[in-house]
Design a protein around this ligand. Sequence first.
Ligand SMILES: [Zn+2]
Length: 136
Amino acid sequence: MPAEIRHPKPVPDWETRVFWEGIRRHEILLQRCADCSAVQHRPRAICATCLSSRVEIFEASGRGTVHTYTVTHQNQAPAFRGSVPYVLAYVDLEEGVRVLTNIIGCEPGEVQIGMDVVVDFEDLDEETAVPRFRRA
Ligand SMILES: [Zn+2]
């Protein structure tokens, strides 16, 4: 099994703070436009589809499928050096948005495009968690 992934903590800004607060509570929070029903991620002050400011927050199921992935075998950045090999992936959430994440809990060679995955939150400390995904 690959080593744990240790990287710098996310730095929320005014648009992404609500998302990261949700992650800390082990919830993936997405936005849905009250005017055109578009679902979006990353969080924004307005709807990226129709520019409405009436965006509402809702909790995602945490389920999705692997859209694509890559296995990193070399990374000389100190925070990642000890974690290789690790899987960096785009996961399509069942709500219709795509998130960049890691696939954990299996050997990198076991990951497949289209594989069903479910979120698995890792607490980095008392204030910060990160969402990763594992086979459903
Ligand atoms: Zn909209």
